[in-house]
Write a protein of this length. Structure first.
Length: 60
């Protein structure tokens, strides 16, 4: 969680193109943006995207 009013977070806020509050970014294993959500996210949408990301991770 970042405080968007704190100048120390300016770089990540620009990098991930934060355009609203609340803003959630999911990163893949290569630290690339897999998906992003603004505002109230339905539980099913968040669950589905996290499950999709976890399916791509090798746990070995």
């Amino acid at each position: 969680m970042l405080n968007i009013d704190d100048p120390q977070w300016r770089s990540p806020i620009q990098q991930f193109q934060v355009s609203g509050v609340s803003y959630l970014v999911l990163l893949d294993t290569d630290h690339e943006v897999a998906d992003s959500f603004i505002g109230n996210v339905p539980k099913t949408a968040l669950h589905d995207q996290v499950a999709k990301l976890l399916g791509k991770i090798s746990l070995s």
